[in-house]
Every structure is written in structure tokens, then in C-alpha cells.
Design a protein around this ligand. Structure first.
Ligand code: PLP
Length: 488
């Protein structure tokens, strides 16, 4: 039986908090808010403190989250969120500062930001970093605006095309378009690399940039990446590297060394900060020196104070900057968390992340590739893409059904139907933090579902069976969303 909702527990006069009587004269609400904004009929529940706490605790338990469930999403994966990140972000010196405080009062915060810029530059092999973008997509926008500023300043205004692999995350073409470019999709070859011949046919003097995800959203490291990047540079274009998911790269290979000109990180994917309902994201952008003049203002910088000591400051004196892309300086609390993670891992720890991310993904891929079709059978990086086309053809069971059935087995489903070029795609990223026992449990569930699909396809098609709400009418959910509880 579903638990009563908090509104249904309401009892007149019951309250959760007692407010002491005021020591100053009180003002009727009508004198503060215009009458038309007041709702006298608002049926707010009258409940006790315990009712409120239990209501929200129960709601939180209905969410699948990384703290309760293996979460092998793929591409947009949230990794584990170390609790030390939360401790450090809550230190009053970080949590209680205000962006309007004078820089003399927030030297520690500025130092943290400066050092995080330096760490990200070192990890990626780039020269300069801005921490401001509020998400990966916002980082892409920032990077592409810098690419446009670079070409414009050189008088190369005829560059109008941006090339993007067909496996790309949808934000790549959307960003290129927002910045005013036309987008040309480049196919992948049979090994999951960018089709180099097709790329060579597509390049020309009107190409502004290539946006390429490394490793690709197939979870593959392009075997011809140096030739790909070279082909763009030969015609004077720039290379935008999408580094949203770079766990497998940590300590192994660097975007800058490959020749990438500008890239973004997703702190909420690779660097363990929460995302989704867990908090605002952050998408820092790193550039090579030739793009550094265009970085958004302010840049967190370091100089010598008159008394000889080191001083951190916000540099607004950058005439070629693309300007401001966000209020204040970024999602500071997320920067504290990523900084804490990097400092607590150290260089060797981050290198071990790269190794374990690849090991875990390949282990799972090997266990599953007999029961499901594999998009490309070769060593993957942090993730791999299965296809349920075999199941669909023989039993009618689709990737969606398999994802729903996984919920019954206690797992968060992987990303499905992406990359869009893979039929019935199931994209799985185990992450480096999971134990072999968890990987085995997940593999057993996936293998069991493959058997169920053959023996009892209806069981899979009607999943999930264990949740309060089963299959939603997905079209109706989009067209006529019902997001609010209303009294009967
Ligand atoms: C998640 C992701 C993005 C976009 O990042 P957001 O923070 O969601 O805006 C871009 N590219 C790739 C490959 C991603 O996985």
C-alpha cells in the first residue's frame, strides 16, 4: 500500500516548528505583498516535524542514486561522490564567503581556484583554464566562442563549417549552431574510428573547427587521432576536444599532447562532483596558448603584492576576451569538491583511475559480449556499447525493455538509444570505483535478462515489476505532464 502523501496527513493546527513571538512590531502580509499575489485558498499541509522529515526521507529513498545503487549509465555517468568532498565544501571559509567580498578577504578561495586551473592544465596538457562554465554544454559554448573570436581576429570570417562525428553528444552540434556555424556530420568507420577518408573529403578552407569527443562516445580511442587532428590543422581549422568523460585518459594520455586546441572537462563526470538532482555542475575549459587571450573574464591570476608576498586576484584587464559568460566566477562549491578529489588522489591515484576505468569496462564487456551484440569488438576505454538488435529481431525485446528489467534486479539502467547510430544501443560505463563483486552481479543480471528475453519475453517487456509505478505512457508524459499533486 502506498504511504499517504504529506498533504493527506494534514490535520488542522498541527505544526512542525514553533516560532517565538516577535520582539518587534509585526506587519500584516497585505502590507508587504500586493493583494493579487496572495492566495488565501492555498491548501498547505499542516503536519508535524516528524511527518515532514519522513516525507522527504521517503522521497529521497525512491530515487536511484550512486549512494544506494550501481549506476553504470554511460556517457553522462555520475561516479561516486566521495564524502570528503562534502566535508571540505562545507568548511565555513568556503561555504560562507560571498562573491562580493574584496579579494583580500578571500585569498584562500582564489588560491584554490588558481591551483585547480593549474591542475586541470597539467592533467590535460593544455596551457590555460577558465573555471567559469556552469556545465559541459556551457563549456562547449565558451570554447566555440573563443574559436570564432580567433578566426575573426585573423580576418578569416569565411570559415563557416564545423565538422562533428556522427557519434557525438547532441550538445556538440547544438553548440556549433548556436555560435552561428553550419554543422556537417562525419561518419564513423567499421572499427568505430572517425572515417578518415570521409573527413579528408570534408575538410576545406571554410572549416572553422572539428568537435571531437575523446575517447569517443562509443568508448573507443580513435586509432588515427593524430591524423584526424592533423587534417583539420592543415586547412587552418581548430580542434575542439569534448573531454566530458575522461576517466580513462587520466594519467594515460593528454588532450594537449594530441594537438587539441580547446577542450572542456565535466567536473560532475570525471572529477566526482555530484550532478543531476545532487547539485549544479561545472564545465571548465582549457586552451592552448594561442587561444588564451580570448578566455572569459575574469581569469583567476597570481602576482606579487607590493610587500613581496604572493597575491591572487581577478584579472579583468583582458581586451581580447570573449567577455563574461557567467555571473561571478563559476559554481564555486563544485570547484572545491573537484580540487579536494584531485588533491586526495594525487598524480598516482589519478593514473590508477585511468587504468581501473579501462579494466572494469573491458571486464564487463568480455562477460556480456556473448549474450548481446557488441558495437565494435575491440579494446574499449571507460565504456562500451552493446546492441539489443539480436533480442529485438528474435523475441521483440528492445533495449528499453532490458533497461526497465534491470530496475527489478536493483540496478540503475544504462544509457539507451545513444549513440544514435547504434541500433538498440545500450551504453554501459561501470566506472573505476566498482568492485569485481558488483561487476559480476550486474553481469549476472544482464545475462539472466538475455535468457528471460528468449524464454519469457513478456516478463521483460512489462518490466519493471518491483516499482510503485510501472511503465509510463511516455508520449502522454511529455505531452500532458502531471507534475503536481492536487487535492482530490
Ligand atoms: C555530458 C556530456 C556533455 C554535456 O555536458 P553537460 O554538463 O550535461 O552539459 C557533452 N559531451 C559529452 C560527451 C557528454 O557526455
Amino acid at each position: 500500500m502506498p504511504e499517504p502523501l504529506i498533504f493527506e496527513r494534514s490535520s488542522p493546527g498541527r505544526q512542525a516548528a514553533t516560532i517565538p513571538s516577535a520582539e518587534v512590531p509585526t506587519v500584516a502580509v497585505e502590507h508587504v505583498l500586493p493583494e493579487r499575489f496572495l492566495r488565501r485558498d492555498l491548501p498547505l499541509p499542516e503536519v508535524s516535524e516528524l511527518d515532514v522529515v519522513r516525507h522527504f526521507t521517503r522521497l529521497s529513498q525512491k530515487n536511484a542514486c550512486i549512494d544506494t545503487t550501481f549506476y553504470p549509465l554511460g556517457s553522462c555517468t555520475m561516479k561516486y561522490n566521495p564524502k570528503i568532498n562534502e566535508d571540505v565544501a562545507r568548511l565555513p571559509g568556503f561555504a560562507r564567503i560571498h562573491p562580493y567580498q574584496p579579494i583580500e578577504m578571500v585569498q584562500g578561495a582564489l588560491q584554490l581556484m588558481y591551483e585547480l586551473q593549474e591542475y586541470l592544465a597539467e592533467i590535460s596538457g593544455m596551457d590555460a583554464v577558465t573555471l567559469q562554465p556552469a556545465a559541459g554544454a556551457h563549456g562547449e559554448l565558451t570554447g566555440m566562442l573563443m574559436i570564432r573570436a580567433y578566426h575573426t581576429e585573423r580576418g578569416e570570417t569565411g570559415r563557416s563549417r564545423v565538422l562533428i562525428p556522427d557519434s557525438a553528444h547532441g550538445t556538440n552540434p547544438a553548440t556549433a549552431k548556436m555560435v552561428g556555424y553550419t554543422v556537417q556530420s562525419i561518419p564513423s568507420d567499421s572499427r568505430g574510428n572517425l572515417d578518415l577518408a570521409a573527413l579528408r573529403r570534408a575538410v576545406g578552407p571554410d572549416v572553422a573547427a572539428l568537435m571531437i569527443t575523446i575517447p569517443s562516445t562509443f568508448g573507443l580511442f580513435d586509432e588515427q587521432i593524430l591524423d584526424v587532428i592533423g587534417a583539420i590543422h592543415e586547412v587552418g581549422g581548430l580542434v575542439y576536444g569534448d573531454g566530458a568523460n575522461m576517466n580513462a585518459m587520466l594519467g594515460q594520455a593528454r588532450f594537449g599532447d594530441l594537438g587539441v586546441d580547446v577542450m572542456h572537462f565535466n567536473l560532475h563526470k570525471t572529477f566526482t562532483t555530484p550532478h543531476g538532482g545532487g547539485g549544479p555542475p561545472a564545465g571548465p575549459v582549457a586552451v592552448k596558448a594561442h587561444l588564451a587571450p580570448y578566455l572569459p573574464v575574469p581569469v583567476v591570476a597570481r602576482r606579487q603584492a607590493p610587500d613581496g608576498s604572493v597575491e591572487y586576484y581577478l584579472d579583468y584587464d583582458r581586451p581580447r576576451s570573449i567577455g563574461k559568460i557567467r555571473a561571478f566566477y563559476g559554481n564555486f562549491g563544485m570547484l572545491v569538491r573537484a580540487y579536494t578529489y584531485i588533491r586526495s588522489m594525487g598524480a598516482e591515484g589519478l593514473q590508477a583511475v585511468g587504468e581501473a576505468a579501462v579494466l572494469n569496462a573491458n571486464y564487463l564487456m568480455e562477460r556480456l559480449k556473448g549474450a548481446y551484440d557488441l558495437y565494435v569488438d575491440r579494446r574499449c576505454k571507460h565504456e562500451f556499447v552493446l546492441s539489443a538488435r539480436r533480442q529485438r529481431r528474435t523475441t521483440g525485446v528492445r533495449a528499453l525493455d532490458i533497461a526497465k528489467r534491470l530496475i527489478d534486479y536493483g540496478f540503475h539502467p544504462p544509457t539507451i538509444y545513444f549513440p544514435i547510430v547504434v541500433e538498440e544501443a545500450l551504453m554501459i560505463e561501470p566506472t573505476e570505483t566498482e568492485s569485481i563483486e558488483t561487476l559480476d552481479e550486474f553481469a549476472e543480471a544482464m545475462l539472466a535478462i538475455a535468457r528471460e528475453a528468449e524464454e519469457n519475453p513478456e516478463l521483460v517487456k512489462q518490466a519493471p515489476h518491483t516499482t510503485e509505478i510501472g511503465r509510463l505512457d511516455e508520449v502522454a508524459a511529455v505531452r500532458r505532464p502531471n507534475l503536481r499533486w492536487k487535492p482530490a
